[in-house]
Design a binder for this molecule. Structure first.
Ligand code: UT7
Length: 323
């Protein structure tokens, strides 16, 4: 049986430590002004020593459950999007499941880097819409600071740590209207951590698994691909851009966000921007931004929202949701 699927709860968590652009000036050949003008970032949060992706995910998840008025025992599916799992295995989803004292339901990670949350939402949506699940916990959580080369000014200034969570539930009224995810591995070298367990385990052990990015190229592809993705979602739902209340974009660069808003002919007052405060938190960025705008009252029941994200792979996705 097919159901509607609604977002019934939302939560987020940011590590306490804040690293400002001014702080970065102290150990990098960079300036506050360069970082802000090229990316829109003013500060980012950094996980403490001993604070892991599952710790961030747990706080965000508990908050999402609370906001939905649900108990952990109501959850029958856990999907975690992360690039920075605590361990090689078990998955962060299994570690989270154990923390929440949930037993037996499926729990797994998805890895699509900055588009990871859109992938996780897509999977969970399909479980709930088909009736395979009734209450899915979907989390984007990252300690991206751990895979940055803090001597590489072209990448380390851009990212931050954090987690966001949503609860998806079967419902009788419309919620998620459509979900679209894509990938093209031909672009695998433009944004990557080029080592892993199978290729260079010693580099992992030595802490030399770093993010590499050809920024200009990635920027160009992000603008054109996401521009096409938002048009795809309008066309496949037969709706006009004037019907969209909010854009909740992946927060990689304010200039990319501006370009997509322009493509949708949205004013920046209809775009949720957190990049100045959070930096790029990869899979956590969309649920973190959504949570901020729900909590401050901007996003209201009945609003139509587009989520979009683009990341390494390349991977990208978009979703149209009525709240
Ligand atoms: O989330 C996944 C998707 N990620 C993205 O979408 C990120 C996409 N890319 C970007 O956001 C932008 O390309 C960046 C913010 C990374 C860079 O902006 P840009 O306008 O493309 O700058 P650029 O790479 O062309 O660099 C311009 C200059 C270079 O110097 P020269 O060669 O012109 O002398 C860089 O060496 O800026 C220099 N530079 C810096 N200067 C000060 C690079 N990083 C820094 C820095 N501080 N942190």
């Amino acid at each position: 049986m097919s159901h509607s699927v609604r977002i019934t709860g939302t939560g987020s968590y940011l590590p306490k430590k804040v690293l400002t652009n001014k702080d970065l000036e102290k150990f990098l050949d960079t300036t506050e002004e360069w970082i802000f003008s090229r990316s829109g970032i003013r500060q980012r949060h950094i996980a403490a020593e001993g604070e892991f992706t599952s710790d961030l995910a747990e706080v965000a998840s508990r908050e999402a459950l609370k906001s939905a008025g649900r108990q952990a025992s109501d959850v029958d599916l856990i999907v975690v999007a992360t690039t920075t799992a605590d361990q090689v295995f078990p998955s962060t989803a299994c570690l989270l499941q154990n923390r929440l004292d949930i037993h037996g339901c499926p729990a797994f990670d998805v890895q699509a880097v900055c588009a990871g949350f859109l992938y996780a939402l897509d999977v969970a949506y399909r479980y709930v819409v088909t009736g395979a699940s009734r209450c899915a916990l979907v989390v984007g959580a990252e300690t991206f600071s751990r895979i940055l080369n803090w001597e590489d000014r072209s990448t380390c200034v851009l990212f931050g740590d954090g987690a966001g969570a949503m609860l998806l539930e079967a419902a009788d009224t419309p919620g998620i209207l459509s979900s679209h995810i894509h990938a093209d591995g031909a672009f695998k070298d433009l944004l990557c951590v080029p080592v892993g367990v199978s290729t260079a385990y010693q580099e992992l052990l030595d802490g030399r698994a770093y993010t590499e990015m050809q920024g200009k190229e990635v920027f160009r592809w992000a603008v054109s691909t996401l521009g096409d993705a938002v048009i795809e979602i309008l066309e496949s739902n037969g709706i006009h851009q004037s019907e969209i209340d909010w854009l909740v974009p992946h927060q990689a660069n304010i200039r990319i966000i501006n370009a997509i808003a322009k493509r949708l002919e949205l004013s920046m007052d209809q775009v949720v921007v957190t990049i100045d405060q959070h930096g790029n938190t990869s899979a956590a960025s969309v649920p973190l931004a959504f949570d901020v705008a729900v909590k401050d009252g901007r996003i209201k029941s009945g609003d139509k929202i587009i989520f979009e994200a683009f990341g390494g792979g390349f991977t990208w996705g978009s979703m149209l949701v009525q709240i």
